[in-house]
Design a protein around this ligand. Structure first.
Ligand SMILES: Cc1cc2nc3c(=O)[nH]c(=O)nc-3n(C[C@H](O)[C@H](O)[C@H](O)COP(=O)(O)O)c2cc1C
Length: 314
């Protein structure tokens, strides 16, 4: 047991990050049943869809699960009311100010975790009263911090500043990565990309195949003027780069992005025109596997790595 397994009442300190278009109730319940903490990604769901996924997750999961709510999307008030009405016990908030919703959720008895990309934001989240933070490095898939601080740097810096439990995210897909993050000061890890390429992920198979085929260097953080996001370098990404050469205004970028690009890419499988969000660590993901196997391999790898290092002498 440690602070994270105790906080969520789970076996392994592995959290599956909320991921738009990837993490519906099937993925979340599979991770929870495998001994980690699964999160439904509310960011790509209309309120009634979210309610349906929560209800299905309650039936499918025998253990704790939670909901990730990126605060940059509309209908936030409605979404917050749904998690309360549906008696969700754990909420991870991201992409917004932790002060806005933490006390509302805490008053309802909900465990609240907030995602940050710097130690300054980690302190703000601690002050807002959250139970734990996710410290997410620049390697991570999806939306990201502007400062480009890597997980290796971020975790010890956050650890120096805050007292509440820390969950490391960004670049972790193996037990070795998990051990490294925990040695640096994390109490647990949040894994995104590795679970996006699982059988239970709701992503389109074209996207899952892309994840297992891409190599080191095939992703890049872009669109910093809007909300920085790490993308696969596909046609849409190249269109964004071509526009940058013309010194575009923010409005030009918004126009190119248009609507529903992420859905088009990750959910509908349009590999050219869609936005494909994935982390740098995708270069190390070679197979689409069931969640149970991913978790078991991570735990076995963690134990092997810990033993290997324990016998090392100077
Ligand atoms: C496809 C995709 C979608 C994501 N969507 C969200 C989201 O909706 N909300 C959020 O807080 N983080 C989101 N993330 C970030 C993950 O929750 C997680 O923190 C991150 O993937 C960890 O880094 P890794 O990809 O290197 O494992 C997303 C990541 C990916 C890959």
């Amino acid at each position: 047991m440690n602070r994270i397994t105790k906080l969520f009442n789970i076996k392994y300190p592995i959290i599956q990050g909320g991921m738009i278009w990837n993490s519906g109730y099937k993925l979340a319940s599979a991770v929870s049943n495998a001994g980690g903490l699964g999160l439904i990604g509310a960011g790509s769901m209309y309120p009634d869809v979210l309610r349906e996924h929560i209800q299905k997750c309650k039936k499918a999961a025998d253990r704790s699960f939670g909901v990730n709510i990126p605060m940059l999307y509309p209908n936030i008030e409605e979404i917050m009311n749904i998690v309360v009405e549906e008696d969700v016990k754990i909420v991870f908030t991201s992409a917004g100010n932790p002060k806005t919703w933490t006390s509302f959720l805490k008053e309802k008895g909900i465990t609240v975790v907030h995602v940050v990309s710097s130690s300054v934001f980690a302190l703000k989240a601690q002050e807002a009263g959250v139970d734990a933070i996710v410290a997410e490095g620049f390697e991570a898939g999806g939306h990201n911090g502007r400062d480009e601080t890597t997980t290796l740097t971020l975790i010890p810096m956050v650890k120096e500043k805050i007292q509440i439990p820390i969950i490391a995210a960004g670049g972790i897909a193996t037990g070795r990565g998990m051990l490294a993050a925990m040695v640096l000061g994390a109490d647990g890890v949040q894994v995104g990309s590795r679970f996006a390429a699982s059988i239970e992920s709701s992503a389109h198979n074209n996207f899952k195949q892309t994840i297992v085929n891409i190599k080191e260097g095939d992703t890049q953080l872009t669109l910093k003027e809007l909300a920085p996001v790490r993308l696969v370098k596909n046609k849409f990404y190249n269109d964004v780069q071509a526009l940058y050469e013309k010194c575009p205004s923010k409005e030009d970028l918004i126009e190119l992005l248009g609507r529903a690009r992420a859905k088009k890419g990750m959910f509908e499988g349009d590999l050219e025109e869609g936005e494909l969000e994935i982390g740098q660590i995708a270069g190390l993901i070679h197979e689409i596997l069931p969640v149970e196997q991913i978790v078991q391999e991570m735990i076995a790898d963690f134990k092997a790595a810990r033993e290997e290092k324990a016998t090392f002498e100077f």
